[in-house]
Structure formats: C-alpha cells, structure tokens
Design a protein around this ligand. Sequence first.
Ligand code: CMP
Length: 140
Amino acid sequence: MGTQDTLSIIKPDAMKLKYSGKIIDFIENKGFTIIAQKKIVLTKRQAEAFYTVHKERSFFNELVDFMISGPILVQIIEAQNAVSFYREIMGSTNPDEAEEGTIRKLYGTDIQCNAVHGSDSMENANIETSFFFSKLEMIK
Ligand code: CMP
C-alpha cells in the first residue's frame, strides 16, 4: 500500500497538559509528515457532527462536552499506511490498556481523556480530513 493521509486530533486533555509538542515530535519521529495543522475550539454543533457515529452511545454527551472544553490541534498526517500505522502508535482507546510506548500510554489519562484521535478507516480519514480542512490548506 502507498502513502495515505489520516486525521489526527490532539484532544483538550493533552493540550491542557502541554503535551502537544511532545506528541508532534513523536508523530514526526515515526516518519509522518504534517500536511496541515490548526488549533481550534470546536462548537457544540461541530463536535456533535464530528462524532455523529457515536450519537447513540451512553458517553456521547460527555464526549461532546469534553471535546469542546478547550482548544484542540487538528492535523492531517501522511505516511505509508497512515491510517493503520497511526492507530498502532496511538495505542488502545483506554490508556490503561494501551501498549507501552504508545501515545495514549504516555500521554493519556483515562478512556475519555485519551490524548489523541485517529481515523479508523481510509473512508473515515477522507470524511474527517475534509470535515476540518479545505484542499488549499493541505501542503504536500
Ligand atoms: P476516540 O476513539 O478517538 O473517539 C471516540 C471517543 O469517545 C474516544 O476516543 C474517547 O475519547 C471517548 N470514549 C470512548 N469510550 C468511552 C467510554 N466508555 N467512556 C467515555 N468516553 C469514551
């Protein structure tokens, strides 16, 4: 498989703890190139739209409130097999269960405040990157 783009979000917990620099360094050291990046604060409506796939889950409202609780850093990152490779280096959703040396193990707090988001499929990577960025903002 060739080069792919995937969406990364450094979540409010990691931003508040000032881990964004360490996470960017980690991602670049794994060979990813940052194609686009911006710091934003999501509105409630935007967070609900982004996480619409989880709207029936018990944690949905909590998740939305968490994601609008402070700035986030959204990024498009590129690498060979970016989608699965980024999922691998992020580690399991729950930092307690994440493998040693993964982003969530190093910088996550709990199952909700788990430091980063990464797209879970190529299809979702396309949907999620275009949710946040226009083609003009992607520098290859
Ligand atoms: P992510 O996998 O990036 O996208 C869905 C998010 O919902 C997940 O990260 C967590 O931040 C959050 N989440 C998943 N499961 C739970 C849970 N059981 N309780 C609270 N938040 C959760």
